[in-house]
Design a binder for this molecule. Sequence first.
Ligand code: KG4
Ligand code: ZN
Length: 349
Amino acid sequence: MKLLALESSCDETSAAIIEDGRILSNVVSSQIHLHAQYGGVVPELATREHLKNLPVVTRQALEEAHTSPRQLDAIAATRGPGLPGALLIGLKAAQTMAFVLQKPFFGIHHHEGHLYSAWIEQDLDAAPPVPRINMENFEPTIALVVSGGHTLLVHVESPLKHYVLGSTLDDAAGECFDKTAKLLGLPYPGGPVMDRLAKGGNPDAFDFPRPLLNKPGYDFSFSGLKTSVRYFLRDHPDIAETDQGLRDLCASIQNAIVEVLVGKAIQAAKKLKVHCISAAGGVSANSRLRDSLSLACQRRKIKLRMATGTLCADNAGMIGALAWLKLSQGAPGDSLDLEPKPNWELPSA
Ligand code: KG4
Ligand code: ZN
């Protein structure tokens, strides 16, 4: 079974070919440099870029996977959440292809794509090895889905059966990285830059709040942390001017965000007696988050699975892998009239 997947929910245009759960190609065209000059994603520009780049990444994904459109058994695209205009481009292109080829179409939830990307591992039996989604040894999992737009804690009870335990009440974790980085004068997107600078800094140099960490429940809130950084910089304008001061600030802000994410995931695992934690989404690339989660899970004998490499960020491979899971479980496909859902929420407890 071969399928083509498209992703265009924000500022990455991507196409991938999946065969029996294996990601044969996963082409991503990033618009980051275009939006960086504005300090964030400009929706109208993103839409135009998707329109321009979608045919290019689709052709490349087909070529890299030595696949012709006639060999496709299904077409998938991200339906939401995301920027309305951006979503429309990938969704309507996929529906049109599915109609022309008379194949089933799947409209995929972007965060479910991130969520299940934690089960994509290298298939070492293939030559050369390729990423493959593998849920054979599934065990119930507490999943952190952390990106620029959302911060979710999800209980995955069985493959494709999951519900949200908590989400952010205001800013997402990635948004908090990006906005505090901006306050420090760092370029967009701030998350990866902060991660790099924090490596030479002291994570305990400054004590920023850990919002909701010691409160019951699984919701997150990061806007207070951002405000506290703003006031700190107002009161101590010289610290960010020195290289070491800037590194210490990055490390301390990052530490506060990571402690909250790891703390809530561990609390949920304990309370619900779940012995596996996963992390996915752009922020799961953060080195301190990965180290802290590894340590915390090791200590408690909790199994950990994390999305790896380019699969952490937005990509069509994760969308296709999830569509393949649905297809392999006998899902019939979605209507070709499906419209984008920019504010699509996952089911809650
Ligand atoms: O999942 P993603 O690529 O797009 C969305 O769906 O939002 O996530 C992008 C977010 C941005 O906020 C970016 O700053 C953050 O992920 N990010 C990181 C790192 N790499 C990307 N945040 C912290 N550390 C990183 N290494
Ligand atoms: Zn994403």
